[in-house]
Design a protein around this ligand. Structure first.
Ligand code: AMP
Ligand code: ZN
Length: 665
């Protein structure tokens, strides 16, 4: 046997074992023997670099670092699903499609709705080439090297399946693995992850793929997109996919009628908590691919599929204590501390109570028996109090009057739902929270500095505010616990680099109450510099499109605060961008003033977001839906059919990407 054949054979063998173990859940080799073979292959590959293959089973351990994930336009859009909540909803849906197809006899595939992060895997000539997250459905982030570490995903597909296709599925963290990860974190003194779905989706964006490889992620697949017409039905193509290596859950079922669909729903509503992973519903799909094609899509979702959402589960438990959390803006959130109780696969100990009004509305009291519900959201909520089980001597809850962190008296402004701690510059979570917000990914994006380090630096008296970051020196940081020279240097470099961050992001980073990302963008564009913004009066501010009294007042409060005036002055001297840069000013025109655009489809010369930005940079407006007020529709490939009909019926000109580029030239 030649070396090449030997390598080939080992790869095939190891792939088969991975498939047996991770997809079929039926190992035919011991871990030990598997490792021996893997090591053997590793050695051969190392000695014979000519036979390198990115899809070799040795590449499952990761190792590549991705700093920034590339944005990739999906070849075929990733749609959402319409939801249904009752038997009636499903029957209505069936009526609609029967009418649409002109036939009563429709078969369905029933699947569970796996609760994770959607992923699009591209295979060319049977080889895995790329994995892209769903993103906004039109474009997502390329996470190929991270996905390659998930062992249940085949890196090459055997035999006579279709050769060029996209495989869609859900990256999930099975409950057992999630629990194990959390146990380890707790043992290390780290905070436990909140839920499997967010942890799975966060894992895809880890920069170090060898970290991803350590997580027990799995991938359940549910859709093949291809132009090759080898199979006639969805069920058939899924079954074939399973045979060639994909993990298609065996829970899927072919239903000959909507009655069988209803049986499936009923069965899994009862059994769903026995599953090794989370599900929040069922997805029903018209089985015939011909039918699917005829039904097509609405602007948001396929007409040939519908999700059925299980009802949120509720459970009763005891309220032991109400504590109060202080956010970076000083906003107070009351938190219910509960007797731990199992709910929808996780243990619930806390629930948000939102604000004083909510507490009053529920008339919730210490020692009450409360009903907790967990829907799709991360934090469970309290939906009701069982008054019949309340102790006779129970007293109404008196809301906190003072800040639990700094003991300052709380204030509540008229019209605000929340109480605030006004001690903005002397209250621990507000000081650190503002700095943590400042360094965040969507703000100054400072690498090498995390939330815990911010707390440490503040406790050590090195930083009181975000401006102080720019005074930090390596030799001040290295003496701190767990701070190596290298990490200190990275931190300082990251801080230095943040001086290049454009003004609109800096404005968001400042953490002015009610000034989120979008508002910051608007303000930056309108006022062009921090000085103009801070000198603006209420009238000038509310005159800006979409800026209301509440935001305007908050900006004024920020601007006249002496602390802030000093901070801004300091940031300026350090060289942080506090005005719109010359180049971006040069790109701004007013050519498209008073012109409203709707953008639809997939574009080539620029991304959707770039196109939208170009419209706004030239003074135009982007709207998401077509109305009489729309002036133009910029249409790319695969423009939604319903948008097309609407545009035609309202006689709105449809222009191409090139037309648009000519327009602003
Ligand atoms: P939604 O985000 O609620 O519109 O639901 C659509 C999402 O459900 C898709 O993007 C998929 O990620 C996810 N999903 C989970 N299980 C399935 C399934 N069996 N078929 C189709 N989509 C699914
Ligand atoms: Zn306070």
């Amino acid at each position: 046997m030649t070396i090449k054949e030997k390598i080939q054979l080992l790869r095939e063998e190891l792939n088969q074992h991975n498939y047996n173990y991770y997809v079929l859940d039926n190992a035919t080799i011991s871990d030990y023997d598997f490792d021996i073979k893997l090591k053997e292959l590793e050695k051969l590959e190392e000695e014979n670099p000519a036979f390198f293959d990115p899809n070799s089973p040795t590449k499952r351990v990761g190792g590549g670092i991705t700093k920034n994930f590339d944005t990739i336009v999906h070849k075929n859009r990733m749609y959402s699903l319409d939801n249904s909540y009752s038997k009636e909803d499903l029957l209505d849906w069936e009526k609609r499609i029967q009418k649409n197809l002109g036939t009563e006899a429709i078969e369905y595939t029933c699947e569970l709705k796996y609760d994770g992060a959607s992923i699009n895997l591209t295979y060319e000539n049977g080889e895995f080439v790329r994995a892209v997250t769903r993103g906004d459905g039109f474009q997502g982030d390329e996470v190929t090297s991270n996905i390659r570490t998930i062992r249940s995903i085949p890196l090459s597909v055997k035999k006579d399946f279709v050769s060029n296709f996209e495989m869609r599925g859900e990256i999930i963290l099975p409950l057992e693995g999630f629990q194990k990860m959390n146990n380890e974190r707790i043992a290390n003194g780290e905070e436990a992850y909140r839920n499997p779905r967010n942890t799975a989706s966060g894992s895809l964006k880890l920069q170090d793929s060898s970290e991803v490889a350590k997580r027990p992620l799995d991938c359940l697949l549910y859709q093949v997109v291809t132009d090759e017409r080898k199979y006639a039905s969805h069920f058939e193509i899924l079954t074939a996919s399973r045979e060639v290596g994909f993990k298609i859950p065996t829970t899927i079922k072919l239903a000959k009628s909507i009655d069988e669909v209803l049986d499936f729903v009923k069965e899994w509503d009862a059994k769903r908590h026995d599953l090794p992973y989370e599900t929040d519903g069922v997805v029903v799909k018209v089985n015939s691919l011909q039918h699917q094609e005829e039904l097509g899509y609405t602007s948001k979702s396929p007409r040939w599929a519908i999700a059925y959402k299980f009802k949120a589960e509720q459970v009763a438990t005891l309220l032991n204590e109400i504590t109060y959390q202080v956010g970076r803006t000083g906003a107070i959130t009351p938190v219910a501390n509960l007797t731990p109780v199992h709910l929808a696969g996780t243990v619930v100990k806390r629930a948000s109570l939102h604000n004083a009004d909510q507490i009053e509305k529920l008339d919730i009291r210490i020692n009450d028996t409360v009903l907790v519900e967990k829907g799709g959201e991360i934090i469970p909520k309290i939906v009701a109090v069982d008054v019949s089980r309340r102790a006779k001597d129970s007293q109404p809850t008196i809301y906190a009057t003072h800040c639990p962190e700094c003991n300052t008296e709380l204030v509540r402004n008229e019209g605000d739902a929340k109480h605030y701690c006004p001690n903005e510059f002397g209250c621990f979570p507000q000081i650190t929270g503002k700095i943590q917000h400042y360094i965040g990914r969507k703000a100054m994006n400072i690498d090498g500095l995390g939330s815990e380090t911010v707390e440490l630096l503040h406790k050590e008296g090195l930083i009181e505010n975000y401006a102080d970051l720019y005074e930090l020196k390596v030799e001040q940081i290295t003496p701190l616990e767990r701070m190596a020279e290298k990490s200190a240097q990275n931190m300082i470099e990251g801080i230095e680099k943040s001086k290049q961050i454009p003004f609109e992001k800096v404005l968001f980073a400042l953490g002015i109450r009610f000034v989120g990302e979008t508002v910051a963008k608007k303000l930056a564009k309108h006022f062009k510099s921090i000085d103009n913004l801070m000198n603006a009066d209420l009238e000038t501010l509310v005159a800006v499109d979409e800026i209301g009294d509440r935001i305007a007042q908050s900006i004024i409060d920020f601007s006249k605060n002496e602390h802030n005036i000093i901070l801004i002055h300091k940031l300026k001297t350090y060289g942080v961008q506090l005005e719109v840069s010359k180049e971006s000013l040069e790109n701004l025109t007013n050519k498209l003033a008073n012109t409203i655009f709707v953008v639809s489809g997939v574009f080539y010369q620029m991304s959707r977001n770039e196109l939208k930005k170009a419209i706004e940079d030239n003074g135009g407006k982007v709207s998401s839906s077509i109305s009489k007020k729309t002036n133009y529709i910029v249409a790319g490939d695969n423009m939604g059919p319903s948008k097309l009909t609407k545009a035609e019926s309202l006689n709105i000109p449809i222009i191409t990407e090139q037309d648009f580029i000519d327009m602003i030239r």
